[in-house]
Design a protein around this ligand. Structure first.
Ligand SMILES: [Zn+2]
Ligand SMILES: [Zn+2]
Length: 177
């Protein structure tokens, strides 16, 4: 169904959503974390780290990258959440939950992107079958039980209704424009 090139361009489209302020915040966060661990902290430490230098270097670099990444994710969510009808503020705070739990939750729980009705322009969520403002059919569904139908289905998988008998046929109406 979806080819890799399409997925790739979709991913770079998503990256383009990241606002400038969060890129700046990411650079600042990285610099601050590195400054803290390399310059501020050793000045107060009474003993040097016993870790091998390479491991020490890797660990401190990861903390900086982690801080920068959370800034980027916050920026992404500030744009992504509103277009899904979700609270941007709430989810931007959740990003700060340690261990990436908040970030994982966001990507698991986020609702589909709202799109606009081809007929009247009202916002419609990804799981709607009909526009709430003008009843325009936005997804293929059975004419009897109104559950989702696939374009390749001949009979409704929920009630057995023959989809071609609908006027206009649900599966054709939704994909015909
Ligand atoms: Zn509409
Ligand atoms: Zn049905």
């Amino acid at each position: 169904m979806s080819n890799p090139r399409q997925d790739e361009s979709r991913f770079s489209d998503e990256l383009r959503l990241i606002p400038r302020w969060s890129i700046v915040a990411a650079v600042v966060a990285f610099a601050l974390v590195e400054y803290y661990f390399w310059i501020a902290l050793p000045a107060h430490a009474h003993h040097a780290s016993r870790l091998p230098f390479a491991l020490h270097f890797y660990l401190l670099l990861s903390w900086g990258i982690l801080a920068a990444l959370s800034m980027l994710v916050m920026g992404y969510i500030s744009i992504d959440a509103p277009r899904r009808g979700m609270s941007a503020r709430l989810w931007m705070v959740c990003v700060l939950i340690p261990g990436g739990v908040g970030v994982a939750l966001y990507f698991l729980l986020r609702t589909p992107i709202l799109s606009s009705c081809p007929s009247c322009g009202a916002y419609i969520a990804g799981d709607y079958h009909y526009c709430p403002q003008c009843a325009y059919q936005v997804a293929a569904c059975c004419g009897i039980c109104h559950k989702t139908a696939r374009i390749t289905d001949i009979y409704c998988v929920h009630c057995g209704h023959e989809l071609a008998k609908d006027h206009p046929p649900a599966r054709l109406h939704a994909f015909g424009n």
